[in-house]
Design a protein around this ligand. Structure first.
Ligand SMILES: [Zn+2]
Ligand SMILES: [Zn+2]
Length: 107
């Protein structure tokens, strides 16, 4: 694991094992065996205060020709403060967001 995750219990940032189950990343600390959901710890990397809100994003697959069809969705966390427009639009439409409408993934 390399993207600045640390155990909330003991601070270990190296001996961590992550599992990804349907977009929910669960981290197990090898030092103290604490287990937590990474997404629950999420805070907006841009404004650093915003709460993250999960919206469904379409997973597209090219079908015959150049048509794209929605195969399924995955959760994507947007900032309640920075991405409010996108969140509101998604909640109003009730349909998944297209991947190219999303702001760039934070590093
Ligand atoms: Zn720990
Ligand atoms: Zn934000």
């Amino acid at each position: 694991m390399s993207d600045e995750i640390a155990c909330p219990e003991c601070g270990e940032d190296d001996d961590l094992a992550g599992t990804n189950v349907e977009g929910v990343i669960t981290i197990t600390c090898g030092a103290c065996t604490h287990v937590w959901e990474r997404d629950r710890e999420r805070r907006c990397p841009r404004c650093e205060t915003g709460e993250m809100y999960p919206v469904p994003v379409a997973i597209l697959e090219k079908s015959r020709g150049s048509q794209l069809s929605i195969m399924s969705t995955r959760p994507h966390y947007l900032c309640w403060t920075c991405d409010r427009d996108l969140i509101d639009a998604q909640r109003q439409s009730g349909t998944p967001i297209m991947p190219d409408e999303l702001p760039a993934e934070p590093k």
